[in-house]
Design a protein around this ligand. Structure first.
Ligand code: NDP
Length: 276
């Protein structure tokens, strides 16, 4: 049904995307570098109007599609990259004849593609263009339009990943700290740590609001108090031989704010230390 779709790249994510289109009944062509050495990507491109690109990085696209004719195609690039990567690729795709170029952020793991948990950020063309093909892209997950700037979706994608990796960095410290008291990391996490974190998550909205308006008041948690907590984590970790690298920048930010007289203030002052 509908327009033909070519999925370029059949790694973990590309395979999940192709399966979602097939399940939804779309005519789906696929291409993968090592599984189809004889065929080139250019002929896969010519097979369909909508190109879903899911290779490893942007260089792979320049390499594989150097001789492809993109005239009239709608290219949807789902590869992870920076906002500048996205802007350069958009210019390149238009120079090579693409009718439209969307850049993205796939906000789910392959096993969640097509599920209610999946959503994808898109940017790069006026909103009415994404709405025209939204019913097709919705097969992968809900469509979140982020703006005409091709780099907008990449920015939100990387911002989300920054939050995710920050969480992982904290979790790795936790696993190492608690290893000696109870070797069952999963039990420690689900019973002792996760409930407290879940309760805290909504309060990040209040921190975000304070950052937005430059509200430096402590909201019940002074910087001096938090500085002391971070220092105690550092000492306890050192005694246990646990690496505190994941928390060092945060501790340094609290130290600097307190040294500058901001001990009675709040997190908005710490947030400013993250902008060079
Ligand atoms: P995989 O490592 O599973 O697959 C990589 C794919 O890229 C393979 O098809 C590989 O082909 C291809 N490839 C690598 N280099 C080249 C090249 N020079 N020319 C042509 N093809 C190349 O990665 P994923 O599928 O997991 O990830 C793909 C994209 O999806 C990434 O940008 C990733 O950030 C994004 N993504 C992945 C998520 C995940 O959880 N997996 C979640 C959200 C986004 P070959 O088989 O020939 O090596």
């Amino acid at each position: 049904k509908g327009p033909g779709i070519t999925v370029l790249g059949l790694g973990a994510m590309g395979s999940a995307l192709a399966r979602a289109f097939l399940r939804a009944g779309y005519e789906t062509h696929v291409w993968n570098r090592t599984r189809q050495r004889a065929a080139d990507a250019a002929s896969a491109v010519s097979a369909a109007d909508i190109l879903i690109i899911c290779l490893l990085d942007y260089n792979s696209i320049y390499e594989q599609l150097a001789s492809a004719n993109l005239s009239g195609k709608i290219a949807v690039n789902l590869i992870n990259g920076t906002p500048s990567d996205a802007r350069s690729m958009s210019a390149w795709a238009h120079e090579h004849g693409a009718a439209q170029y969307f850049d993205r952020g796939v906000m789910c793991v392959p096993e969640h593609v097509g599920s209610e948990h999946a959503f994808v950020y898109y940017s790069g063309e006026p909103e009415e263009e994404i709405r025209r093909i939204e019913h097709i892209l919705a097969v992968l997950g809900s469509v979140e339009y982020m703006g005409k700037d091709p780099g907008a979706a990449a920015l939100y994608d990387l911002a989300f990943l920054a939050a995710m990796y920050g969480m992982f960095a904290g979790a790795m410290t936790v696993f190492a700290m608690l290893r000696d008291s109870n070797p069952k990391a999963s039990q420690n996490w689900t019973q002792k740590i996760a409930p407290g974190l879940q309760a805290l998550l909504p309060s990040l909205g209040a921190v975000a609001a304070a950052v937005e308006v430059g509200d430096d008041s402590p909201h019940g948690h002074t910087n001096s108090m938090q500085q002391r907590g971070l220092y105690n984590i550092e000492v306890a970790c050192r005694e246990q031989g646990v690496d505190t690298g994941a928390l060092e920048f945060l501790e340094a930010a609290f130290d600097a704010v307190v040294a500058e007289g901001g001990g009675g203030g709040g997190m908005a002052m710490i947030a400013r230390k993250f902008t060079r």
